[in-house]
Each structure stands twice: as structure tokens, then as C-alpha cells.
Ligand binder design. Structure first.
Ligand code: UDP
Length: 253
């Protein structure tokens, strides 16, 4: 392996000028891919997100992604309907594989080489998750999509995002949402809700701000990975945020 992990943080490679974060992991919820639908995937939305990722890859940033599965199935809903929670969670993890394949397809159609690595081995469909292989793919400029969450029930894809970002020694975890940051209240419901520019991990935990689940925030804190919350639907914003420009909320120490 050309770049070993210890070297990585001190020796950023080919990102173009202005790029603040050389290796990033984007967390995208499944719901962000629904568009205006109530369920499933909206192809136009998937293609739009793929274009945003393409733009960032062209800047020389190493991009990985964790995509949720809430647009198809959530374990808690299954459990609420009387299913065994662990089984329902495995179904949720399979849903994330569907989303990962849809995003891979859109990215490759846009000319961006992409690999899907699943925490639950599915050799006919995608590669198994192997940490060193994932790093190698990113070093080669391929987008790596981590599918099937952590591979364990009772977790969420937020936790998977913090876990993979830590393992990959990402410089930032970019939480892609429908709004441009963390607000004092839901900005789609409360008119005078204010956006935070900056928060600490402890602010998020102690005020129970609904950014990512607490285990994800705790792990990002422990790994000292800043979380940047931004709108994936604001055209070009992903590219801005990797330069620490544009609209976002940053969560760090
Ligand atoms: N899930 C799981 N373990 C993981 C990640 C996900 O069991 O490590 C299951 C869980 O049932 C969850 C579903 O997969 O509800 C979909 O993930 P999530 O709810 O995090 O998706 P998002 O809200 O980001 O779309």
C-alpha cells in the first residue's frame, strides 16, 4: 500500500488548492434520496446527488459515503409492527445495500469509478468490507460506498458513518441533509429558527440536538473528526463545504 495510514494525515496528496479536507466521508440518509416520493428512490434525486459527488471528486478529494436505508426500511418500524428487532435491523441493512447500488450506478453513469463495500458479505453483488482495500480504492480516486451499515443490528447508519470515517482516518464527516446546518428548531416548521455556525460535540450531546445519534457523535469526538452539516440540495454546496466555504454548521471540539 503506497500511503500507509500513519502517513496520511501529515502527507495529504493531490487535492487542489483551497480544499480543506482531503479525505471525507459523506453520510446521506435514505430519505434524502426519495425526492418528493413517500417511499423508495427518486432517480432524478440520485443523479443530482451523484453530480454533487462528481464535482468534489474532480477537486482531488477522496470521497467515501455511507447511505442510510430509511427510505425503504427501518428496523424500529419493523420492531414496532411486531417483528424481532434484530431481524428487522438486518432488513434495514439490506435496504442500505439497495441505495448503495443505486448510487453506484448513478456515479458510474456520470463517469465516476465507484466501489460498494458491504459489511455483510454479498459476493455476487459487491465487495466485502475490508478496511485496507477501502483505503486503497480511495487512494486510487474511486468513490467508496460503505453498505450494510456496521453489519450489526441495534446500530444506525449514523454510527456506521462515524465508524468508517474513523477507520479511514477521514479528515471530516460530512452530514448531507435537506437543510443547510443545525438549527435551534426545525427550520421547515419554525420560522425564526436560527442556524448554528459552530457547535461542540458536547453541545450536541448535552442539548440533545438532533444531528446524528449520540453514539455517532461520541465516536466522532473520540476520533477528533469534525462533522459538517450541510444541504446536499444546494447546488455546489458539497464542493464549497470541503473548502470550508458556503453554508454549514461545523461540530468539533
Ligand atoms: N441498521 C442496522 N445496523 C447498522 C446500520 C443500519 O441495524 O449498523 C438498520 C436499522 O434497522 C436502520 C436501518 O438499517 O433503521 C436503516 O438505517 P438508518 O435508519 O440509519 O437509515 P437513514 O435514517 O440514514 O436513512
Amino acid at each position: 500500500m503506497a500511503n500507509n495510514l500513519a502517513e496520511k494525515r501529515d502527507n495529504p496528496t493531490s487535492a487542489k488548492g483551497g480544499v480543506r479536507y482531503k479525505r471525507v466521508l459523506m453520510k446521506l440518509s435514505g430519505e434524502a434520496l426519495m425526492g418528493t416520493r413517500d417511499y423508495g428512490l427518486d432517480p432524478d434525486t440520485v443523479n443530482r446527488v451523484a453530480q454533487e459527488i462528481k464535482h468534489v471528486v474532480a477537486m482531488g478529494v477522496e470521497v467515501s459515503a455511507v447511505i442510510g436505508g430509511g427510505n425503504i426500511f427501518r428496523g424500529v418500524s419493523g420492531a414496532a409492527a411486531g417483528m424481532d428487532r434484530a431481524t428487522a435491523d438486518y432488513m434495514g441493512m439490506l435496504a442500505t445495500v439497495i441505495n448503495a447500488l443505486a448510487m453506484q450506478n448513478a456515479l458510474e453513469k456520470a463517469g465516476v469509478p465507484t466501489r460498494v463495500l458491504s459489511a455483510i458479505p454479498m459476493s455476487a453483488v459487491c465487495e466485502p468490507y475490508i478496511r485496507r482495500r477501502a483505503i486503497r480504492h480511495m487512494e486510487k480516486g474511486r468513490v467508496v460506498i460503505f453498505a450494510a451499515g456496521t453489519g450489526n443490528p441495534f446500530f444506525t447508519t449514523d454510527s456506521a458513518a462515524a465508524l468508517r470515517a474513523s477507520e479511514m482516518q477521514c479528515d471530516a464527516l460530512l452530514k448531507a441533509t435537506k437543510v443547510d446546518g443545525v438549527y435551534t428548531a426545525d427550520p421547515t416548521k419554525v420560522k425564526d429558527a436560527k442556524r448554528y455556525e459552530r457547535l461542540t460535540y458536547m453541545d450536541v450531546l448535552s442539548q440533545d440536538l438532533q444531528v446524528m445519534d449520540t453514539s455517532a457523535i461520541s465516536l466522532a469526538r473520540q476520533s477528533k473528526i469534525p462533522i459538517l452539516v450541510f444541504s446536499i440540495f444546494s447546488h455546489g454546496m458539497f464542493a464549497e463545504v470541503v473548502q470550508e466555504k458556503g453554508q454549514f454548521t461545523i461540530i468539533s471540539d
